[in-house]
Design a protein around this ligand. Structure first.
Ligand SMILES: C[S@@+](CC[C@H](N)C(=O)[O-])C[C@H]1O[C@@H](n2cnc3c(N)ncnc32)[C@H](O)[C@@H]1O
Length: 267
């Protein structure tokens, strides 16, 4: 059965949202694999049952802040495990990671409160397998102040949508022409971040692309080294141009932006 049919069969609201259209292309080739799949937010267990039917060889792990009656929800299947705890409780998440070590797929369909979503992602990212996929559902809460979002300051609000927009810099971290750039723990570990209507998908992967423009986040160094390799006789001229003039310009912009960020409270 397809995910669309399973979401419909188990009466998951993922069907009404049309989320199968997003999930299926990412997941269809993983159906037969033996994976650890974690879903935050169990509720009546509709999606847990759908995942369990779809991924027949995988462990389906569900967590919910509320106590879930496994018998009543018909969740007492061999490969389903349900735990009670909060997605933003560090100790609880640590306990899960200790138990399962790695998760291949993580679905956040929990509180949808921006701070919870961001916290769980930070707590769980290290435990996401290489090539693992992290789905964040119902990101519309970012745009709604009744759910902890902020529709009035879209660019700078502290929401999950902005958090993942900012994280997209990690996809291109080696292209940032700032020699003072400080690497984040996500740099080089994210293949792509995709934004859909009400859903964000993050694919983890070890990336070691080299920039064609920069070396160690420096355009000046790359240009200088390329030029002297081609024509060593003009070394001094290139040194003055790239290592003194270009670097001074970079330093000037760095200092200018440093103070601009302080004045605009952008730290
Ligand atoms: C939208 S429902 C989940 C629906 C389910 N995934 C499905 O598709 O059938 C959200 C669930 O998240 C749970 N929840 C709310 N806050 C939570 C938190 N901080 N940690 C874990 N679960 C939470 C709620 O109790 C509720 O059962």
């Amino acid at each position: 059965m397809s995910l669309k049919e399973l979401f419909k069969k188990h009466k998951s609201d993922k069907y009404n949202h049309g989320y199968h259209l997003i999930y299926e292309p990412y997941l269809k080739n993983l159906k037969q694999k033996k994976l650890n799949i974690l879903e935050i937010g169990v509720s009546d267990g509709a999606s847990i049952k759908a995942w369990s039917d779809y991924f027949k060889n995988s462990n389906i792990i569900g967590i919910d802040i509320k106590k879930i009656d496994l018998k009543k929800r018909k969740l007492n299947r061999k490969k389903i495990s349900i735990y009670q705890g909060s997605q933003s409780d560090k100790e609880f998440i640590k306990f899960l990671i200790n138990k399962y070590k790695k998760f291949d797929i993580i679905i956040d369909d929990g509180s949808h409160i921006p701070s919870d979503v961001i916290k769980s992602f930070n707590l769980l990212f290290d435990a996401l397998s290489n090539k693992g996929i992290y789905f964040v559902e119902d990101t519309q809460t970012s745009y709604n102040h009744f759910f902890g979002g902020n529709p009035f300051d879209l660019k700078y609000a502290n929401t999950q949508v902005n958090y993942f927009k900012k994280l997209s810099d990690s996809v291109n971290f080696q292209e940032i022409a700032n020699p003072f750039y400080i690497k984040s723990k996500y740099d080089g570990l994210i293949r792509n971040i995709s934004f859909f209507n009400n859903m964000i998908v993050i694919v983890k992967d070890k990336i070691n692309f080299n920039s064609n423009l920069l070396i160690n986040n420096s355009y000046e160094n790359k240009r200088y080294l390329t030029k002297i390799k081609r024509n060593n006789k003009r070394k001094m001229q290139y040194f003055i141009k790239y290592m003194i003039i270009f670097k001074s310009y970079t330093l000037f912009l760095y200092i200018f932006n440093f103070f601009k960020k302080i004045l605009l409270f952008r730290f």
